[in-house]
Ligand binder design. Sequence first.
Ligand SMILES: [Zn+2]
Length: 294
Amino acid sequence: MQKLIRNGKNEVVKQNSAGDLEYLTFPELERLECVKHLFSTRTGGVSRGIYSSMNLSFTRGDEESAVLENFRRIAKVLGAEPSQIVCSDQTHTTNVRVVTRADMGKGVTRPRDYTDVDGLITNEKGIVLATFYADCVPLYFVDPVKEVIGLSHSGWKGTVGGIGRETVSRMQQEYGCRPEDIYAAIGPSICRECYEVSRDVSEAFEKAFTENEFLNTNHAYEEIISYRDEAQKAEGKCQLDLHLANQWILKSAGILPEHISVTDVCTAHNPDYLFSHRKTDGKRGNLGAFLCLN
Ligand SMILES: [Zn+2]
């Protein structure tokens, strides 16, 4: 197994293998017997060059046949076929789609008939939800009581928009889920140390986090940003903690702190093992988050 650089001492994210294919899981989600999940790495696929080897994007210039084979290999780990996968259409919105069996295969074996979908929820077995990453934050949701699952893509715009809260809200509306029953995981993505942002981004967070009563009361904004030094502050830049920001958003949605797993693995710290947009100047493939009901 490849050596992984971790942030912190506790192994929150577990490394697993199936032949040459290595993938990551959260033990806290594995304990929930109603679901299977994984987060892909760059290993075990057939793509070459900057896409090497497990690229899960059809739209970044890789060979279609290679990407389809990569999806087949990932699906196999979950005991499924590519035709069972349903993909997001990520454009940094907070739109969450209710997925049914009629959507199976969309984005992999047949075209999507929807656009601008950054979150997916379902209560139907046999469907494998899939969202895609290279530094942005994957959010996994499992309600083992109602047997409902969700996956959301939370980059900085999605985090400002609170897609985590929106996903929980839709799970409540559509399926009657209770936030206190939901388990969540914040997946491998860029860490605070690797993520410098400009003034416009930090101001968008300040506005969003002070307008929300729960986040404002808990001084969440003060926790999610910091400065490397005075020079950085003077330039109007800061280090942003998307993991902590999303953790606060999930708590503001009513998820219990003890039900939230937060990644200890950063994409930019491990660019040979995980695709990182920042580390590669955008010359990269996509990682995928996958979640299905058993
Ligand atoms: Zn990092």
